[in-house]
Design a binder for this molecule. Sequence first.
Ligand SMILES: [Zn+2]
Length: 325
Amino acid sequence: MLPFKLIYDDRYDLHLGAHVFPSQKYRLVRERLLAEGLADPGDFLSPEPATDGDILRVHSQDYVYKLKNGSLSYTEILRMEVPYSKELIEACWLAAGGSILAARHALIDGWAANIGGGFHHAYPDHGEGFCVIHDVAVAIRRLQFDRAIETAMILDTDVHHGNGTAAIFGGDGTVFTLSIHQEHNYPFPKPPSTMDINLADGIGDDDYLSILESHLQKAFTEFSPHLVFYVGGADPYREDQLGGLALTMEGLARRDALVFDYAKRHQAPVAITLAGGYARRVEDTVRIHVGTILAARDAALKKSKASAPGAAGEREKERGAISRS
Ligand SMILES: [Zn+2]
């Protein structure tokens, strides 16, 4: 049994067949966690779809209308790079509901993971790069609306820059966005995040980890979030078909551990989303995502040993302060 909840629904799978986006990976991650005895069926929660009101805190009315009524133009559908269907829309609303649920459980347990989501290329008025609805932004806006949090930090380690994230939160002092990505890769242009780390092609484990660590240090010095959203892409992996970095599986596990260590040291609850992963062998992508869950488990267990009543108490006090303010 895991010390936190996993959010998952079979309808996350878009059944895209031979598409480069392996949406069956969500189901495979769940199956592997269960098969290896790393999680119990009771660890999983099924989300409700986000409401239209939730989606509309981030996305434009016109775009949401077109998504719901199937009236996107051919060019708009091409730009999404996933075929339009009613099931796609259902999956996107569910993934956003899943990230809301993960965020809520992160505030309760310190950690939670949506076995899906991380659609960081979605803009308020259009979808692109396999991303239709920005589930992480929807979740942050919902929790801010509920006054459960005031501030959030998005730590995005997907190999591709979080352009939708940057566009949504640019100029918003309540949300700190960090993206560490391959510079010479999609998307173009890259609107500025609060902190962008542009990596050269072919960077390996040691360089990546030391660059990431120095920026995490800086980010947490500058900003103290009520919640961290981790967009933990599997695509910095050296065997990725859409990435040009050279991280190993071990390096990716160290990356996750490093991110979680920083969040824990700063007493920030963490909501995890999976984001991209296009390894030649889908089993590799699944293994990397499972590794992210295991790194969170290890960090969570370490935390309870180091004793966190103090930290949890501090968070409780802070939440009390928010609800009073
Ligand atoms: Zn990616």
